[in-house]
Write a protein that binds this ligand. Structure first.
Ligand code: T4K
Length: 391
């Protein structure tokens, strides 16, 4: 809990005062549902002596996720990255695939790891999602697909990307790692493109410790992905497809089933946090909290701050001020995948085409949110930002 009141610049820990928080406040603190219900499920798993390989908890989890999203198939996986890799392989992508650089690096890695070149397209600076015109500019004869990312849970421009994919005979899939429970034009994310890929990592609004899933309405794709995530086995001793081990384990499904029951509550808490930050940071010149589309559902999991060039302080100074107070704000997804070593080596001049990505990369801060945040802690975070941002 906070230990001091910040009235002026001199009260900031960055200037030598003691930190506002004794214990660190993290971005991505896990939301944990009803502990008793979870432990009961764990006992059930132990009693069953069935720990993994399509056990009853995973089956129930897949049914409930599919129903929750209104989609035909859910194939639960060990994490979102492996789910992406399997989706990419099941769709037969090769050559070049267009992705945003403004995403977690796993989106690009899932391609590169499989010998496919991720080609980075720029984003729309207001939505932080792929700009369809930029996607068109990056298409070459080697392009086989597009991966749209629903960044911060806000849907990518799905219709426009589908039109481009159809015109050029490309496969389209979505990295929906941030978008569990989001909507696009009122329809739940999960049904768009050839398939969508979810992450249930500990740091997501809805978690299974580690976990992910491919969701799709395509029967054939679902069957291929299901085979691939279990070594290609179709029944005992019968391998009919190349595959890997992408399976979710029972205890992760138990966590997911438990957290699903409280996800609506988490969303309400996030909305409250987001509104509190927005109100607390109104009228700080050059600092804005990224707004969510009021006409769509979103888990409001990410509180994203933009520190514009006209702000008195730089983004890095605001982050340093927060971190000194034990508020471990993050610069997601700075500096952009294209500036990370593997891709910088591949495309040393990518910056030329990624001007919006670069501008955002220099201005964004993600703040702590989730069920662990209190109203008081948010007010103090806002005071730190206001004080640092005005000096
Ligand atoms: N696509 C997108 C768009 C993604 O954002 C991600 C993952 C993926 C694909 C891949 O999905 P997965 O394969 O991960 O299922 C974190 C997460 O590890 C990653 O899952 C997530 N995106 C990304 C946005 O954030 P890091 O490197 O920042 O994680 P780390 O360990 O620094 O943790 C973040 C914060 O969370 C820390 O401040 C501490 C806190 N934390 C973390 C864990 C694990 C906790 O308080 N408790 C915990 O148990 O990547």
């Amino acid at each position: 809990m906070p230990t001091k009141i910040i009235r002026s610049e001199a009260d900031l820990a960055i200037n030598g005062a003691p930190p506002a928080f004794e214990k660190p406040l993290h971005v991505g603190r896990p939301n944990i549902g009803n502990r008793e219900a979870f432990l009961q499920r764990v006992n059930q798993i132990l009693d069953n002596q069935w720990l993994t390989n399509n056990g009853p908890m995973v089956q129930e989890f897949e049914r409930r996720i599919a129903a929750h999203l209104g989609v035909k198939h859910c194939i639960a996986m060990c994490n979102g990255t492996v789910a992406l890799e399997i989706a990419i392989r099941a769709l037969g992508l090769e050559g070049e695939v267009i992705v945003p650089s403004w995403t977690f690096v796993a989106t690009a890695h899932a391609l590169y790891w499989q010998g496919i070149t991720p080609v980075f397209a720029d984003i729309d600076p207001t939505t932080h999602n792929l700009d369809p015109a930029a996607v068109r500019r990056m298409i070459t004869p080697r392009t086989t697909g597009i991966i749209g990312v629903h960044l911060w849970g806000r849907a990518a421009p799905i219709d426009e990307l589908q039109t481009i994919a159809d015109e050029h005979g490309l496969k389209l899939l979505f990295d929906a790692a941030h978008a569990f429970g989001s909507t696009y034009k009122g329809q739940t994310i999960g049904r768009f493109g050839a398939c969508e890929v979810l992450s249930f990592h500990a740091t997501k609004s809805f978690n299974t410790f580690e976990g992910g899933a491919i969701v799709t309405n395509d029967d054939e794709l679902a069957e291929t992905a299901r085979l691939m995530h279990n070594f290609g086995f179709s029944g005992y001793d019968n391998v009919i497809h190349p595959g890997t081990n992408g399976k979710m384990i029972e205890v992760c499904a138990a966590m997911g089933l438990t957290n699903l029951d409280s996800h609506a509550e988490v969303i309400e808490g996030n909305k409250h946090n987001h509104a509190a930050y927005t109100a607390g940071l109104a009228n700080v010149p050059g600092i804005t909290v990224l707004a969510y589309d009021p006409y769509e559902q979103n888990s409001h999991h990410y509180v994203v701050l933009e520190v514009a060039e006209k702000c008195v302080a730089t983004r890095d100074k605001v982050v340093a001020a927060l971190q000194a107070e034990n508020v471990l704000a993050r610069k997601y997804f700075w500096p952009g995948a294209h500036k990370m070593k593997p891709y910088r080596d591949l495309f040393p001049h990518a910056s030329v085409m990624l001007t919006n990505t670069e501008r955002l990369g220099a201005s964004v801060i993600v703040l702590p949110s989730g069920m662990a945040m209190t109203e008081e802690a948010i007010q103090i975070c806002c005071t730190i930002i206001r004080t640092a941002g005005n000096t």
